[in-house]
Ligand binder design. Structure first.
Ligand code: CTP
Ligand code: MG
Length: 226
């Protein structure tokens, strides 16, 4: 299966105290974005497009491998993926990739096996597939004052990770239906689901956790060192 990888790295998320977008923050001496590109490649995706913030484009180009295509992202994650998707089409050779895997730069330690499972589900015919994990904590709904107002049965709940895999034409068509910055979509599976496409699941991995706060980075540093 010919798949192109898209890495969303255009967020401005600043590590407390650092003047760097999160994707350029170092983990084990390498920027997070480089880890994310490497795990896509190790899992079987050779061609990769990375969406980056405009002001730091030179900094990203300097650290990424030469054969990675760098594009400027947008104000929302959806806008960044849309820009990368357009670039993937322009730069694809004939007949071009049949699948797209969209990954977060903020998930540096995603095991290649997760990538491989997503690719396998696409090869088996899924049009959209996401890696997921169960919810193990008791989960509740609270009101505006933080008072619990309902329990949520957790057996059917899942936490969704990346990379998320799609039939390329299906993803392009779904993105064609959403307009503006589409800030309401926090991932790509929700964009295709809004177009009525069934989204399948494969097993995710705790190591694919997203780095959001400083303590996540410390945990990742420990994982790399071990
Ligand atoms: N992202 C992007 N373009 C945006 C916003 C986010 O490509 N306009 C990317 C981020 O670079 C990140 C992924 O989407 O790899 C997930 O986003 P998130 O974890 O929210 O990262 P940031 O937006 O950078 O951080 P924060 O929301 O904490 O400021
Ligand atoms: Mg964000």
């Amino acid at each position: 299966m010919h798949a192109v990888g898209i890495v969303a790295a255009a967020g401005s998320g600043l590590r407390p105290g650092a003047e760097l977008p999160k994707a350029l923050v170092l983990l084990g001496g390498r920027p997070l974005v480089c880890w994310a590109v490497e795990s896509l490649r190790a899992g079987g995706v050779a061609e990769v497009v990375v969406a980056v913030p405009a002001p730091q484009r030179p900094a990203f180009t300097a650290v990424l491998p030469d054969d990675v295509h760098v594009v400027v992202g947008g104000d929302t994650r959806t806008a960044s993926v849309r820009a990368a998707l357009a670039a993937a089409r322009e730069h694809a050779g004939d007949p071009g990739p049949t699948a797209v895997l969209v990954h977060d730069a903020a998930r540096p330690l995603t095991p290649p096996n997760v990538v491989a499972r997503v690719l396998a589900a696409l090869a088996a015919g899924a049009l959209a597939v996401v890696p997921v994990l169960p919810v193990v904590d008791t989960t509740v709904v609270v009101d505006d004052d933080g008072v619990v107002i309902a329990d949520v049965p957790r057996a059917s709940l899942r936490r969704v990770q990346t990379p998320q895999g799609f039939d390329r034409a299906t993803l392009v068509a779904a993105y064609g239906r959403v307009h503006g910055t589409a800030a309401e979509f926090t991932d790509d599976a929700s964009v295709v689901r809004a177009a009525g496409v069934p989204v399948h699941t494969v097993a995710g991995d705790e190591r694919a956790a997203k780095i959001t706060v400083a303590s996540d980075l410390l945990a990742a540093e420990r994982e790399v060192a071990s």
